[in-house]
Design a protein around this ligand. Structure first.
Ligand code: HEM
Length: 438
């Protein structure tokens, strides 16, 4: 068992400590001795498969980390019938045919967003995360909110959600610490949730009085009935809206911010992406028909999420005692599964420190364990937004890179840090250099 007595160290250097624990465990099931609690750390794909799929009923989402998240996004972050109801709504909204039918509209909205950003091209650096958030939000609002939320309201919402998700990092890392014991971030989390409520509840009330709109998540939620045929109450509708925003915005904006960092530090990979976009698009605006041809760009995005696993930890709680690969797992324990660590196992991902998009070529993907790549989780809770994200990220990358070269202006290499998602430690400042200007 790894002995690690001081929670303080986790608080001081969370990701570094976590990474060191992963290296020392080297794929073995490990108990991390944090004094007050001893969570199990599982990284091998076979072990992850056991928890997230084969015996998933014994490993629900419970505990001190999920509780505050449920307060922010509702039961989609939980289990049971309310979760299933919510998941069904999201699955319908984000299904392949639904996304195919909105891809070209999404492309146009993204082009508008990039157009606004273009006004600042070549000038002072811009905060990548904030700008990517604006572009991503525009797309979500246009497509799934039928214009119910104004861009100003969306900005307020984004600020509040960002504060909430940034404040929750220590609850993720120390999920066994009771809520009665304050952790850094708790207070800002609570006030951010209040700010979210202040934007959303009036919208829900207004929507109840107005007409239903097609493909609009607020209408869909209002019309949804639970197993007993009851309609959702305002709180449940509010939760669905916030879940869509939280899950759909921060993850995508963060991933794109990492994309600019990676392209900036890997010029040869960047050149291949630029050439592909040039060949596939020429002077045409990106749209649905181009996406299947943007193969290398897609592989870069997949590798991006291997290295910068935006969803870096997937905590669960064991119900009854269990045995995994000969190791006894006690009931009532915290189980930490980490895509970030699984993606760094040497025997599963040779030279894991090397950024190599070719890992995702057809030939090299063959034979890889299904649970080796967990950027979007796995099993019953697997991300329902995977396709939406992939389409959106390909569209944003191609729209932006057709016209600009993002140059990162930060002085030092940008390291990741853990919050609800894996975010850059410092603000990523980029300048968009127009293509053709050297
Ligand atoms: C970089 C992009 C994204 C990443 C890395 C990501 C990652 C994940 C992961 C790891 C899970 C599993 C959580 C668990 O097992 O407990 C998850 C669940 C989920 N994701 Fe995503 N996600 C992304 C984008 C999106 C988008 C764009 C949406 C919606 C528009 C979305 C909606 C959801 C929802 C609703 C769930 C909960 C599913 C459930 O519990 O049944 N995600 N995501």
């Amino acid at each position: 068992m790894l002995s690690f007595r001081h929670v303080r160290k986790v608080l001081r250097e969370p990701l570094e400590t976590f990474e060191r624990l992963g290296q020392e465990a080297n794929g073995e099931i490990t108990r991390v001795n944090l004094g007050v609690s001893r969570p199990y750390l599982l990284t091998r794909p076979e072990h992850v498969q056991h928890v997230l799929r084969d015996n998933a009923a014994n490993y629900p989402r419970e505990g001190m980390m999920w509780k505050p998240l449920t307060r922010l996004v509702g039961e989609i972050a939980g289990e049971g019938s309310e979760w299933a109801l919510n998941r069904g709504i999201f699955q319908r909204l984000l299904s392949g045919p639904n996304i195919a039918s909105v891809t070209d509209e999404m492309a146009r909205t993204i082009a508008e967003g990039v157009g606004h950003l273009a006004e600042r091209a070549g000038g002072d650096p811009v905060d990548s995360q904030a700008e990517m958030t604006r572009i991503v939000q525009r797309a979500i609002i246009r497509i799934f909110f039928g214009g119910r939320i104004s861009l100003t309201e969306a900005d307020h919402l984004a600020d509040a959600i960002r504060t909430a998700t940034r404040s929750i990092g220590f609850r993720m890392l120390l999920p066994f610490v009771p809520l009665s014991v304050p952790l850094p971030g708790d207070r800002s989390f609570k006030s951010a949730v209040r700010a979210v409520d202040e934007v959303i509840f009036p919208l829900v009330e207004e929507a109840r009085r107005g007409e239903a709109k097609e493909r609009d998540i607020v209408s869909m939620l209002i019309e949804t009935k639970d197993e007993q045929g009851r309609s959702l109450n305002d709180q449940q509708v509010r939760d669905g809206v916030v879940a869509m925003f939280t899950a759909g915005t921060e993850t995508t904006a963060t991933a794109l911010t990492w994309l600019w960092v990676v392209l900036d530090s890997h010029p040869e990979i960047a050149d291949r992406v630029y050439s592909e976009i040039d060949e596939v698009l020429g002077t045409e605006a990106p749209g649905r028909s181009h996406l299947p041809e943007l193969r290398y760009t897609k592989m870069v995005i997949q590798e991006l999420l291997r290295v910068y696993s935006v969803g870096w930890v997937i905590p669960r709680t064991s119900v009854a005692d269990d045995v995994i690969d000969g190791v006894k797992i006690k009931g009532g324990s915290t189980i930490l599964i980490s895509p970030y660590l699984t993606h760094r196992l040497h025997d599963v991902w040779p030279h894991p420190e090397v950024f190599d998009p070719e890992r995702f070529s057809h030939s090299r993907s063959k034979g890889r364990h299904r649970f080796a790549y967990m950027a979007f989780g796995a099993g019953a809770h697997q991300c329902v937004g995977t396709l939406f994200f992939t389409v959106e990220a390909q569209l944003i990358a191609s729209t932006l890179l057709q016209r600009f070269r993002p140059v990162v202006r930060n002085e030092n290499p940008i390291k990741p840090q853990v919050r609800l998602t894996l975010i850059p430690k410092e603000q990523v400042q980029i300048v968009l250099e127009p293509v053709g200007r050297s």
